[in-house]
Write a protein that binds this ligand. Structure first.
Ligand code: PEP
Ligand code: MG
Length: 325
């Protein structure tokens, strides 16, 4: 089976009725980038850059960032590489953080909020991303956006950094695509507003589930409540997909659900055409895409929309997956 999946690498991720799906990789380290290509991924949909802040003894320099991004894009040519800016909070703080731990880290000063209050740290990363943007098809993505003002502030800082680079005649891509993670209920509910000010959305279902259902994603005791098969989560997903299509911006899903074999048909049926996942999962997901029709997926998604319990939805998705796998 392994061998069979390896043979899929150079085959397109296209459904039996000819709909093209894009499968991308999630990475945390530059050394993982080439594995995305080896597994048949068509780009990096989520580069989590937190390792830069966590595994060295000091705050990363602009050169530390730049080297990591340059190494990552090296073999990607025109394939997209989405670099997500720092996404840490009091549960995992960067080195030398000036802040005491939040008592409720998931709701505290984290991620984009932290960056907007630490402009030196934020600008250092943005400068490196912009400098690397001439080396390939680099896109920048802001995590944990909860409202339009935060997005505007982040974009304004990006423009400030561009002006600095202009002053020193440092080359960068002035039209670098800008996107956000849609991973809070507030972002999902205001997606139509946000869509008019970004080039792409990537839905982070891991956090979207956590914040929508009020289940700590790291707490084993509530793990069974944590599912994308919840009608509340599915309603938000449908609405974000609709708003992204209406706003004519790119949409992908980069949470764990994107590589869950039981959810692939549902996501396709809901209109998703780009999935980003840990690269070892790409061949298996590609095989599923290649064995279904969009018509079947649409039918399945319509049935799920009539169901009111996570258990019913999960059982239905499992049965449907067993039939095609
Ligand atoms: C998510 O929240 O779904 C996501 C992809 O980001 P992370 O898991 O890094 O929070
Ligand atoms: Mg997240």
């Amino acid at each position: 089976l392994e061998h069979e999946l390896d043979n899929l690498r150079d085959k397109p991720a296209v459904t039996r009725d000819g709909v093209v799906v894009k499968l991308l990789g999630n990475i945390e380290f530059p050394a993982e980038a080439d594995m995305v290509l080896e597994k048949g991924g068509e780009g990096i949909g989520l580069y989590r850059t937190e390792f830069l802040y966590l595994y060295s003894g000091s705050e990363p320099t602009e050169e530390d960032h730049y080297e990591a991004y340059a190494q990552t894009v090296r073999n990607f040519g025109e394939k997209p590489v989405v670099i997500r800016t720092m996404d840490l909070g009091a549960d995992k703080l960067p080195h030398d953080s000036p802040y005491p731990a939040d008592t409720n880290p998931v709701l505290g000063l984290r991620s984009i909020r932290y960056c907007l209050q630490n402009l030196t740290l934020f600008k250092t990363q943005l400068r490196a991303i912009l400098r690397a943007s001439v080396l390939g098809n680099i896109r920048v993505m802001f995590p944990l956006i909860t409202n339009l003002q935060e997005l505007r502030q982040a974009k304004m800082i990006l423009r400030d950094v561009m002006e600095d680079l202009d002053e020193y005649e440092v080359p960068y891509n002035p039209s670098i695509p800008i996107g956000i993670m849609v991973e809070t209920p507030s972002a999902a509910l205001t997606a139509s507003l946000l869509a008019s000010e970004v080039d792409f959305f990537s839905i982070g279902t891991n956090d979207l589930i956590q914040y929508t259902l009020a289940v700590d994603r790291s707490n084993e005791r509530v793990a069974t409540l944590s599912t994308a098969a919840d009608p509340a989560v599915l309603r938000l997903l449908r609405s974000v997909i609709h708003d992204a299509n209406k706003g004519k911006i790119d949409l992908s899903i980069c949470g764990e659900v994107a590589s869950d074999p039981e959810f692939v048909m549902l996501l396709l049926g809901m209109g998703v055409r780009t999935l980003s996942m840990a690269s070892p999962m790409i061949p298996e997901i590609k095989q599923i895409v290649r064995s279904v029709t969009i018509e079947e997926c649409n039918y399945l998604a319509r049935k799920v929309a009539t169901m009111d319990s996570p258990r019913q939805i999960k059982n239905f998705l499992r049965d449907s997956a067993t039939k095609i796998l």
